[in-house]
Structures are given as structure tokens and as C-alpha cells.
Design a protein around this ligand. Structure first.
Ligand code: BGC
Length: 799
């Protein structure tokens, strides 16, 4: 790649005192060299003093940890605190807006180690020059941003990506995002969010992979690998951040930022496994959560962060706070002053402090007075420097700042094709009772109803990075292109927020009545899920509900396309003859992807990564709950663990998703009825496509430990595979498991798998089990980590 050409941009005025003195010293050294050989020891000494600290270390031939150690030794306490300081260089909607002359001075004096909410190869290249050439130590800056489901080429929201049930799709989306973001000068993304989310009220459920820890672990690994590639030193890779470490998704009542009052077992077996998987995959960064677990904010949780993550898991990556989460320790009521808050976080091993400036502004005296804080500061600074080293920034600080690369990388045809591919694969056919889908190639006149159909902003979801509305192909545009203008009429009818306008709804009804087929595009808008977007009612927004009811009442054939970032109560749409395609927020290729699936050019095979409750009051609903002493019973005359006013099942369970094809599961094979410690067991099944449509099937393996020291979940996913099977063909799918995969956090505070029976079930969804069996684990096993973080090996072969 071409490197940044600083000279061409005439920035010589920035040449600093350090560089002048370095050149002067070099001249003196050269003249001394000519006069006498015996002065060489002095020359070496002078060479050491020449240039920035980084330049000195590099000139000495030091690399990696040795170079970092050399730099660390030369840093003042204030400079170390500066390295831990991450400032907002802008806001999500106004990138770079805070990079003023005063900020550049902060860089020159070593008062900052990283910026977030910044972008642009050239702009950030200029700033990097200030850090590398105009500061005493010459330490490059880290540039960070929330690149969550694409940078310029926007993919489906993460919950949609998860719904592909395909780790390759998740990896592809992250890879494309990394290629674009790195070209725009970014080194570091705050993604993937790997928080388990079991409560659909929580708005941030949209940002993760849903409810299931084994599934979340697989998606975490794939995304980390996509962002970071094989080698972070390659300039098209970026650091991934597993966030928000702890139990951010377990906030009480589904409220964002709220306390997680969960058991240690739930923390260990459910919330932490995706983090463990991300750490094992080499995620170079972690972010701690805003919220507390049982009263201990994770930002100050020394036992969890320093003890478990650093100590037991041996994690030596860069840990960053969340936005302002260090000063918020005062609001939590666990610190009285800013410097107390900073000390708690630093000792907990939170290396970098995001946005408040506490470490740099309030900690100097405290650190100078405390050897323990000083040691924590050294360790944190070392980890920040090592992150920069892992990216190769000490040797190639401008590798991410080539404007030509940036111009060429964005929204390429390949990237668009990838976004469409993933979007098509993310869609979940919730029901197709009247068999209306796929649509006929010439369906006649189609009425597209609902403001979301033309809402380009919503199609790209809440974390849009540099995505632009004008890049989006909407549903209306894609359909007009396919069928011709004369066959498509569009009536918004109602938006998502205003009070429904009866006149607009009446117009939509008239349009529907005059059409052969109605496409009702309904759901939430992009800003109803995401951070601080928890809802007490997960029903359709009122105007959407009013519109949907009016359209369904026409009796016309209606196909519903649901846009949402969370599971919704869709009871108003859910009639016995409904056809409902769940599209999430699909990204820049929303329109073509939805239309391709509706017409059968792409056959839906997405699956739900989070169960859809029937009503808000059923939240949190998840398949992995414990059985209780009185398990839920359909018979209302029995006293059991259920609500009396709705069925015991969810509307749609985890793993649910239909196809235009049909599949038969046969020939269950078990390699052995027993599984000994250090052995494996294989479970095989044949899947036959019994239809005339080539399609994908998502085969899912669930297990259950029926008798253990503690109650164990009713269903735990332990394997899944999205398999393409041509019409009439059969494929063999085999999952191989080891005993550690049945371990749980036992009363001993260790992960134990007991000897005894394990039940398993294979099917097309948690509520669509086709075959089942069991085997015996023959000996007790102690595992070194949570079972859900362990990957299952899957093999797929043809007939
Ligand atoms: C969010 C993080 C995000 C950070 C920086 C916070 O409010 O919780 O997920 O990475 O802001 O934008």
C-alpha cells in the first residue's frame, strides 16, 4: 500500500523543537565522529538522547515488549496517565469536531493516548504526525470508533447478523467493516458486543447475538477474527473489543445501565462465556460495562476484572472503560471523589479511561503517593503501549493514513454484494401459513404500505458509523425496479411515532383494496432500539398497530415484513393465515435483499437468536431457564411456573425460522452410548431436502443434564450448522462433543461435569425437535472454564 505523503501537504510548520534539536545533535555527533574515534561512547550516549523516546528505542534495535519497556522507563508519571486518557475527538454524529488546536497541544504534551469518534485517513494522519513527531516520546495515538455492523457499507444490525446462524457471515461482515474502517484511519472498534440479552425490553439487544451463551460465544469468535484477521500488524485489520464485560445485558427490568442482581452461577455459565470465547480468540481489547453486579460496578470490580479476567483467564489485552463510566462510580455511590473513582478503576485493571479525563486530570497526586497505584499505572501504560505495538504503530505509524486507499475502499461492489448476501441470509420467515411466499414472479399490482418501506435511515440501524441514507436502496425502490413503476403503489399510511392520522390510514386502505397483493412493512424504527432505548412495552408502536389492523381487516392477501431491532409482541399481525418475514434493519442493501427473499431468489433460512415472547410481561423469556419444582404445565388446573393468562410457550422460540423448502431428519447416529473423561462423542444425523427448492437448513443440537448438583437449564445449544442442500439431496451432519461441554459452575466454585446421563435433541429450532437420544458420561470432570465457551466441531458431508 501507499503510505501517507506528509511532505505534499505542506505541514512543515509543525516541525517541533524535538526534531530541530535531534537534527542539531546529529550534526554535532557527526562532526565529533570525524575528529576522533575515541569519542564513540559519548556518541552512543548522544544518540540515545536524540529524537523521541520511541525513535531512540527503535534506533537501539528494540522491538515488542523490550521497546515498550524502554519507552515506559523514560516516561514521567503525567505522561503515563496521558497514555491512559482517551478523549472524544467528536461525537457519533459530528466526528472530529473536538479536535481543536488545544487538543493538538494536548497531543504535543503527551496528555492523551487515544481518540474516539474520529475518522478520516488524512485528518487522522495529520494528528498522528503531531503525536509521533511533535511530542517528547513520539508515541502514536490509537484512533477508535464504534464500527459495529459496517463502516460505510452497512450490514444488518448485529442481531440480524446473528440470525444468519452462520459464523462465516458474521466474520465476513466484520472483515468488510475492518477493511473500510482501517482505510479511514481507524485502529480500533468497540465491537463486537457479546452481552447475552434475554430481555427484549432492553434496547441494546439489537447490538448483540441474543439470548444463548454457546451461540453468543460462536458469534463472538467469528467477529473477533473478522476484525483482527490473522495478524493485527496488517494495515487492514483493527483491534476488536469484546464489550461490555460483566453482565451488562442482565440489567433489572431490561432497563439500560441498571443493576444486574444475578447469581455467580448465572454470571459464570451464561453471561461470561462469550467473553471467554473472545479472549481465547485473541480479542486485543475488552470494555467494562456501565452497570453493577450485586452492587459492585464492573468498572471498579477488582475481583472480576483484575482477578478473574486478568488472573484466572490470563488476559493481557487492553481494557477500556465505557463512556464516562469511571466518574459514574460517584453516582453508583462507591467513590466520593474523582480521584477515588479513578483509583478504583485503575486498581481494577481498567487501563484506558474513556472521555472524562479523570486519569490524566485527577490522579497525579494520588499515584505519586501510592506505590500500589504507581504499579497499577505502569501495568496499564504497558498494556496501552503493547496494543500500539501489536498494531505495528511504532514501526509504521502512518500505515492507516493513505487517502487513496480510503477513497478506493468504500462501498465497493464487492462490499455491497457482501452486505446483500448477509442481509438475505439474516431474514427469518416467522410464518407462511397461507403459503403466500414466495411471491409469484408477476404478482399483479402490489401495494406497499407503511412508512418504514421508504425509511432509508431506519434500514441502516442505530450504529450507522459512516453509513449514509443515500447509499440505501429501499424496499419501494427495489420493488419498482423489479416489477416496473406501474405495478407498485406506495402509501406510507403511518409512521412509528406520531399519532396515527386516520386520513393517511384510509388512503393506505384504499390502495390495499385496489391491489392484488399487499406488502405491509411494519415494526419499530431504528431509534427504538439501541443504547438507552429500553421499552416497557414491546408491542408494535401505536400508529403501526393501527395501520396494521386496518390493512389486515381489508381481507386482501397481505405479506408482512417486520423491521425491528428486538423481539416484539406481534400478536396483532399473528393470525392463522399470516405470512411474516422478519427483516431486522438490513443495511444498505435492504430493499434488494428483502425483495429477493420475498420472490424466492434467495430462500430464507435465518433463525431467531432471541425468542419472541407473546407479551411484554413474558419477558425475559429464554430457552435456557431452569425447570423449577413445578415446571410450567399447559394444564391451568395445576399450580405450575407459568402465567395464567397466556400459554406457556413463547410466540417464536430461539432457533425458529421457516423455509420455502422442507427437510426431513433421519438416521440418528451416536458414536457411543458412553462418554469417558478425555474422550469425545459424535452425534450424526441425515438431513434430506424433500422439496423441489434448493435451500439452506439450520441444524441445531440441544442438550440437557437431567440430574446434577444444581438445577440445569432445560435447553442448552451445543451445536449448529447452516447447511445448503439441493432439492432431493441429503447431507450428513455430525457434531463432536467432549465432557467439558457439560460442565457448569458447581457449588465448589469450579466448573464440574458430573457422571451421568446427558439428553440431547436435534432439530430445526428449540421448539422444533425432530430426533432425540441420550448417552452416559462415565466419569466426573473438572473443566477450566465455562462450557458454553467451548466450540463444537461440526462436519458436513454429502451422500
Ligand atoms: C456505549 C459503548 C460505546 C461507547 C463509545 C457508550 O455509551 O455503551 O458501547 O462503545 O459509548 O461510543
Amino acid at each position: 500500500m501507499r503510505h501517507f505523503q506528509r511532505a505534499t501537504r505542506g505541514k512543515s510548520a509543525r516541525m517541533s523543537a524535538y526534531r530541530y534539536s535531534a537534527i542539531a545533535l546529529l550534526l554535532i555527533a557527526a562532526s565529533g565522529c570525524a575528529s576522533s574515534q575515541s569519542s564513540s561512547p559519548n556518541l552512543d550516549l548522544r544518540a540515545e538522547e536524540v529524537g523521541t523516546t520511541v525513535a531512540q528505542a527503535t534506533a537501539k534495535g528494540l522491538r515488542g515488549a523490550e521497546r515498550v519497556g524502554f519507552i515506559l522507563d523514560k516516561m514521567t508519571t503525567a505522561e503515563k496517565l496521558g497514555q491512559l486518557n482517551q478523549m472524544a475527538g467528536g461525537r457519533q454524529i459530528a466526528l472530529n469536531s473536538r479536535i481543536t488546536d488545544a487538543e493538538r497541544d494536548r497531543v504535543r504534551t503527551g496528555g492523551v493516548g487515544s481518540y474516539l469518534h474520529v475518522a478520516g485517513a488524512e485528518f487522522l494522519g495529520d494528528l498522528q504526525h503531531v503525536a509521533v513527531e511533535d511530542s517528547r516520546n513520539g508515541i502514536p495515538l490509537l484512533f477508535a470508533m464504534d464500527v459495529v455492523h459496517g463502516y460505510r457499507t452497512i450490514f444488518p444490525v448485529p442481531l440480524g447478523i446473528a440470525a444468519t446462524f452462520d459464523v462465516d457471515d458474521a466474520e465476513l461482515a466484520a472483515r468488510v467493516a475492518a477493511v473500510e474502517a482501517s482505510a479511514a484511519g481507524l485502529h480500533w472498534t468497540f465491537a463486537p458486543m457479546v452481552d447475552i440479552a434475554r430481555d427484549a425490553r432492553w434496547g441494546r439487544i439489537v447490538e448483540g447475538a441474543g439470548e444463548e451463551p454457546f451461540f453468543g460465544s460462536a458469534m463472538a469468535r467469528a467477529q473477533v477474527h473478522g476484525y483482527q484477521g490473522e495478524d493485527l500488524k496488517r494495515p487492514d485489520t483493527i483491534i476488536a473489543t469484546a464489550k461490555h464485560f460483566g453482565a451488562y445485558g442482565a440489567g433489572t427490568g431490561g432497563r439500560d445501565y441498571d443493576s444486574a442482581d444475578i447469581s455467580e452461577r448465572t454470571l459464570m455459565d451464561v453471561y461470561l462465556p462469550p467473553f471467554r470465547a473472545a479472549a481465547e480468540e485473541g480479542a486485543a481489547s475488552f470494555m467494562v460495562a456501565f452497570n453493577d453486579i450485586g452492587g459492585v460496578p464492573t468498572t471498579a470490580n477488582k475481583a472480576l476484572v483484575n482477578g478473574l479476567l486478568r488472573g484466572q483467564w490470563d488476559y493481557d489485552g487492553l481494557i477500556v472503560s465505557d463512556w464516562n463510566s469511571v466518574p459514574e462510580l460517584l453516582n453508583h455511590g462507591v467513590a466520593e471523589t474523582r480521584s477515588e473513582a479513578g483509583a478504583l478503576a485503575l486498581v481494577a485493571s481498567v487501563d484506558m479511561e474513556m472521555t472524562s479525563g479523570i486519569y490524566a486530570a485527577d490522579m497525579l497526586e494520588a499515584v505519586e503517593a501510592s506505590p500500589a497505584l504507581e504499579a497499577a499505572l505502569d501495568a496499564a501504560t504497558k498494556r496501552v503501549l503493547m496494543a500500539k505495538d501489536r498494531l505495528g504503530l511504532f514501526d509504521a505509524p502512518y500505515a492507516y493514513h493513505d487517502p487513496a486507499r480510503e477513497a478506493a475502499a468504500m462501498l465497493t461492489p464487492d462490499h455491497r454484494a457482501a452486505a446483500r448476501h448477509v442481509a438475505e441470509r439474516s431474514m427469518v420467515l416467522l410464518r407462511n401459513d397461507a403459503g403466500m411466499l414466495p411471491l409469484k414472479p408477476q404478482p399483479g399490482k402490489v401495494a406497499v404500505i407503511g412508512a418504514l418501506a421508504g425509511d432509508a435511515r431506519s434500514m441502516i440501524g442505530s450504529w450507522k458509523a459512516q453509513g449514509r441514507e443515500e447509499d440505501v436502496v429501499t424496499v419501494v425502490e427495489a420493488l419498482r425496479k423489479r416489477l416496473g413503476e406501474e405495478f407498485v403503489v406506495y402509501e406510507p399510511g403511518a409512521g412509528t411515532r406520531d399519532v396515527a392520522d386516520p386520513a393517511a390510514i384510509a388512503k393506505a386502505v384504499t390502495a390495499a383494496e385496489a391491489a392484488d397483493v399487499v406488502l405491509l412493512i411494519t415494526g419499530e424504527d431504528y431509534n427504538m432500539s439501541g443504547e438507552a432505548r429500553s421499552r416497557s412495552d414491546i408491542g408494535l408502536p401505536a400508529p403501526q398497530k393501527a395501520l396494521a389492523e386496518a390493512i389486515l381487516a381489508t381481507g386482501k392477501p397481505v405479506v408482512t415484513v417486520l423491521m425491528t431491532g428486538r423481539p416484539l409482541d406481534i400478536s396483532p399481525l399473528d393470525s392463522d393465515d399470516a405470512s411474516i418475514l422478519l427483516a431486522w434493519f438490513p443495511g444498505v442493501e435492504a430493499g434488494p435483499a428483502i425483495i429477493n427473499v420475498l420472490f424466492g431468489d434467495a430462500v430464507p433460512a435465518g433463525r431467531l437468536p432471541a425468542s419472541f415472547p407473546r407479551r411484554t410481561g413474558q419477558s425475559p423469556y429464554f430457552i435456557g431457564h431452569n425447570p423449577t419444582g413445578r415446571p410450567a404445565d399447559v394444564d391451568l388446573s395445576k399450580d405450575s411456573a407459568r402465567y395464567m393468562d397466556i400459554p406457556i410457550t413463547p410466540a417464536y422460540a430461539f432457533g425458529h425460522g421457516l423455509s420455502y423448502a422442507t427437510f426431513e431428519y433421519t438416521n440418528l447416529r451416536l458414536s457411543s452410548d458412553t462418554l469417558a473423561p478425555s474422550d469425545t462423542v459424535s452425534i450424526g444425523v441425515d438431513i434430506t431436502n424433500t422439496s423441489i427448492t434448493n435451500a439452506d437448513e439450520v441444524v441445531q443440537l440441544y442438550t440437557r443434564d437431567p440430574v446434577a448438583q444444581v438445577a440445569r437449564p432445560q435447553q442448552e445449544l451445543r451445536g449448529f450448522a447452516r447447511v445448503h442442500i439441493d432439492a432431493g439431496k441429503t447431507k450428513h451432519v455430525t457434531f463432536t462433543l467432549r465432557p467439558e461441554q457439560f460442565a457448569y459452575f458447581a457449588p465448589s466454585a469450579r466448573f464440574e461435569a458430573d457422571a451421568g446421563r446427558i439428553d440431547f435433541a436435534i432439530g430445526a429450532g428449540a421448539a422444533d425437535i425432530r430426533l432425540a437420544g441420550s448417552f452416559q458420561v462415565t466419569g466426573h470432570v473438572i473443566a477450566d472454564g465455562p462450557a458454553a465457551a467451548i466450540a463444537t466441531s461440526v462436519s458436513i458431508s454429502e451422500e
